[in-house]
Design a protein around this ligand. Sequence first.
Ligand SMILES: Nc1ncnc2c1ncn2[C@@H]1O[C@H](COP(=O)(O)OP(=O)(O)OP(=O)(O)O)[C@@H](O)[C@H]1O
Ligand SMILES: [Mg+2]
Length: 353
Amino acid sequence: MRILLDKFTKKFDDTVVINDMDLEIKDGELMALLGPSGCGKSTTLFSICGIYQCSGGRILFGDRDVSNVSSQQRNVGVVFQNYALYPHMSIYENIAFPLMVKKMDAAQIKKEVHAIAKLVHIGDLLERRPSQLSGGQQQRVALCRALVRRPDVLLLDEPLANLDAKLRLEMRSEIRRIQQETGITAILVTHDQVEAMSMCDRIALMDEGKVLQVTTPNDMYHNPQTDFVASFLGNPPIAFLEGEVAGNQVLLNGSQLKVALPSSIRQPDNGTKVRLGVRPELVGTDRGNAVAGRISFIETQGRENLYDLTLDNGAVLRSIQAVRSDISMGQTANWNIDTERVLVFDTNGQRLL
Ligand SMILES: Nc1ncnc2c1ncn2[C@@H]1O[C@H](COP(=O)(O)OP(=O)(O)OP(=O)(O)O)[C@@H](O)[C@H]1O
Ligand SMILES: [Mg+2]
C-alpha cells in the first residue's frame, strides 16, 4: 500500500513541528525516517498512524485520503520502542488480542496467531508470559501483535532502541526479512544511521521538520546534496576542510596546504570559499593529492585502525586503514587524499557539482 504525504503539516498549538512535507513511500517499500532528536520523526509517524491529526495537507494510503480517518480504521500495525506487552497475558493472548477486539472466531484466531508466530520464529514461546522472554523475544512478540491483523502498513518507531548491541544486529535483519516476506509497506523511525542504511530501501533524512533528501542508502552516502546530509551518514563521520578556490585547487584556510578539486565538478571562480568533505576511506590512499600532517590519534578497531591526521591549520582528517605497524602517535605523515572522490560544498552547505 503506497503512502503519500501531501503538504503534510503538523502544529502543536502555535508551534509548527512539520511544515508542508511531501513524501511518497512506495508499495512494499521499507522507508527510514532518519534525523536528529526532535526533528519530527515520531510526530510524522504518529500522524500517519492516526494518533495525531494533521494540521494541514493530506495523508493518503493508496488513493484513499485517510487524514480524517480514525487510527482503528486505518489498518496500521505499530511497534514502539517500549513495546508494552500485557504482562498478565500469555504470549499467545498478547498476539491474539487485536483479533479478539475484532471479534474474530476462536479457530480463525488460533490459525492466524500460529501463522504469524511461525513467520517471526517464536512459535515455541506462545505459552509463556512476557517476563519469561528476553528483550529480543519480547520485541518479536510486539512485531507479531502488529502484524497479526494483516495491516496495510507497518510503522516502527525506534523498535530496536531498547535492545543490546548483539540483539539489535539480529533484529535488524529479522525485521527486514519479515518485511520482505510479507511485502508490507513499512516506515522505520530511527536516529541511527547504521540502522537506516542497513535495513531500508530508501532513507528520508529529516531536520527541523523538513525532509532534506530522499534516496537509497548508497546514493545518500555517495551523493549527499548538503553537508548536513554528508555528516549524518558514515561512521566515523566525514571531515570538512575549509578553504578558497585557487585555480583547480583549494588553498586551505590558515594553511600552506592545497587540495586538488575533483575534475568532475564545474570549476568555481577563484576566491570562492568552499568546504571539502573528506570521508575516512579517502585518506591514506594510493592515489590523489598528498597532504602533510601529524598523527594525533590512533584507535584500534580490530581489522582496521582509525588514524587522525592533524594538519598545520589544526583541521583534522580521519583515515581508516589496515593496521599499520609503521605509524605511531605524534609522528608526521604525508598521506594522500583521493581528491577525485572528495565532496565539495559552498559555504551554505550546498553541494557543488
Ligand atoms: N504533544 C506535543 N506538544 C508539543 N510539542 C510537541 C509534542 N510532541 C512533540 N513535540 C515537539 O515536536 C518536535 C518533534 O518531536 P518528535 O517527538 O516528533 O521528534 P523525534 O524526531 O521523534 O525525536 P526523538 O529522536 O528524540 O524521538 C519537538 O520539538 C517536540 O518538542
Ligand atoms: Mg521520536
